[in-house]
Design a protein around this ligand. Structure first.
Ligand code: MG
Length: 376
């Protein structure tokens, strides 16, 4: 685990480790929430509704401003699974993080209304009762957050893979041929808990392959985790992308992903960013396009807000590309770079900030910690 800010002094230009981790998760959620209302709109429709600059502030989605979607929900469960793997490892012996994250995704599946016992669809339209405060929470606390029990456009591949009760694993027969962006959009926490760039790549790939069997569907998760890992060390985004390209080159199946990343870097070097330029990278429904759009927006923008707005104003998967750009920009710039008005209206801000703080802590040898993260 990372050891917080103790090893690295914070300067005016360095937000420090814990602020970067919080920025990564909250930034991703803000990008997700900005993209949510325009996920299924063409760029022309977005401009017609919001003006020639496109969407500039939160607009209502799922009945509110600042609504998060499946991208943020699953990112939180990725983090929970990884924290539980660490806790198990410290207290009870090694736990395979891939198994822990798979178990976490099954808990997310439950929040989406799929009963793990009967396999039947049983989505509750009313929020579940919150357990008594301080009560021993069965199977961790995250799945008992009422507001997570909401369907926010979950991807068919994620739902279908998890409902099959077969987890994709690296080195085994792929469970499908999907390279939808549902694998990469939730991988950022793998970069936060990783002990090295190589470890980040491994964890990111393992996390994504659980549901997405096409190599591009999970190599992109490894690449995003590497980018986050390197940014948390205070290095440049260009350096982070180069490290991701280096790690990708260790796998012969990575050409598609490397080409998409290289196109993003090249485009960012070609002057003022525009939605039209961004569109040449694709629409983001597939993983390599979503990662490339997120990287381009982060590289080409001068600020957090400019980057996430660039990442969502296009005809494609706006919440996922906003989420990835927000993860990257937040890790690069820290939580302080996110406009306060967006944080204030962000759904589940406290839950997201709590998970971020727990990722910074990593592990505590207390009963309370075990109850929060009770192993695999
Ligand atoms: Mg979504």
């Amino acid at each position: 685990m990372n050891d917080g800010e103790s090893s690295k002094p914070t300067t005016a230009h360095d937000p420090g480790h814990s602020q970067r981790v919080a920025g990564c998760l909250l930034g991703g959620a803000v990008g997700d929430a900005l993209g949510a209302p325009i996920e299924f709109m063409r760029l022309s429709e977005i401009r017609e509704r919001f003006g020639p600059q496109g969407l500039r502030e939160y607009a209502k989605a799922y009945g509110r401003l600042g609504a998060i979607t499946d991208d943020t929900q699953m990112t939180l469960f990725t983090a929970e699974g990884l924290l539980r793997a660490v806790c198990q490892g410290e207290l009870k012996g090694r736990c395979d993080p891939a198994y822990a994250v798979y178990s976490a995704y099954l808990r997310w599946l439950k929040t989406q209304g799929y009963d793990s016992e009967s396999e039947s669809f049983s989505f509750a339209t009313e929020p579940l009762e919150r357990p008594e405060h301080e009560a021993v929470v069965p199977n961790g606390w995250l799945q008992h957050v009422n507001e997570l029990h909401a369907r926010r456009g979950p991807g068919n591949t994620c739902l279908g893979s998890l409902r099959s009760r077969v987890s994709g694993r690296l080195g085994q027969e792929p469970i499908n041929d999907s390279k939808g962006c549902g694998g990469v959009m939730r991988a950022a926490p793998a970069g936060i808990v990783a002990e090295s760039v190589e470890h980040a790549f491994q964890l990111g790939c393992e996390t994504s392959v659980i549901t997405h069997g096409h190599p591009t569907g999970w190599l992109t998760g490894g690449a995003l985790a590497v980018i986050v890992r390197v940014l948390l060390d205070g290095r440049s985004l260009l350096g982070a992308v180069n490290d991701a390209l280096f790690m990708l080159a260790t796998d012969a199946r990575s050409a598609e992903c490397r080409e998409a990343l290289a196109a993003a870097v090249s485009l960012a070097g070609r002057g003022r960013p525009t939605a039209e330029k961004l569109t040449t990278l694709g629409e983001g429904w597939v993983a390599e396009e979503a990662l490339a759009i997120g990287v381009y927006a982060a590289l080409a923008a001068g600020t957090f807000s400019e980057g996430v707005l660039l990442a969502v104003n296009h005809s494609g998967d706006s919440d996922s590309t906003g989420s990835i750009a927000g993860n990257i920009l937040g890790a690069a710039l820290g939580q302080g770079a996110i406009p306060a008005r967006w944080l204030e209206q962000l759904e589940l801000r406290d839950v997201i900030a709590t998970i971020a703080a727990d990722l910074v802590t990593g592990f505590e040898e207390t009963d309370a910690w075990w109850k929060r993260y009770p192993g695999c």
